[in-house]
Design a protein around this ligand. Sequence first.
Ligand SMILES: [Zn+2]
Length: 249
Amino acid sequence: MSGKKSVFPSRRDAVLITSAALAATTVIGRKQARGDIMSIKPTPEDVFIVVDVQNDFLPGGALAVKNGDQVIQPINALARKFGNVVQTQDWHTKGHVSFASAHSGMKPFEVTKLAYGDQVLWPDHCVQGSQGAAFSDRLDLPMVQLVIRKGYHPNVDSYSAFVEADHATKTGLAGYLRERGITRCFVAGLATDFCVAWTAMDATKAGFDTYVIEDASRGIDTLGSLAAATRNMDAAGVKRIQSQAILGA
Ligand SMILES: [Zn+2]
């Protein structure tokens, strides 16, 4: 053996190879069972929409999403696979209608009725120009082509990057994407059960083939909102994938 490298893998290498092969088999088996697409190579007709990765939604922020910072690394990696990347930014006026503080006697996470329907009330967050509304400085997304701000009308919230919560006022994003020849949307960010889900569902409504990248998103999960959002996305035809489908392609 001395001086010559064996052509056979060492015992340790063999163990590593075996466990890697087993892991691959498990993943493939699970994906096939769920009918997922195994790998997706983004094309010029695809856009990656990065939703609301802002300081107020990250640990330490005014409306922190649990483990929200865990989306940053996969989003930075995913963005490098796309020729088109768009970011959204929650961007509220002071005293915005979605803030519990704007409704006397109401507390954050309670639900109230507004002219356009039920509204979950939130702690004050993402006020225009504030540090909380700024993007995380750990995001590394110099390739972003458009930042779409939403929720800037004082009396209307907007979880979706396409249509405000009145289900009528459009942000212009669908028109922008269509003019650019985009046909598929890949959505990730914060929070899965609100801005990510509503953005994805409106993307399908607008005619885009739409995917949510689950492990590059995190949810708030208040009053069963995560399970409800998952059901609603499935019913709307939004496909759910893991980042490896794109990163491994
Ligand atoms: Zn908001």
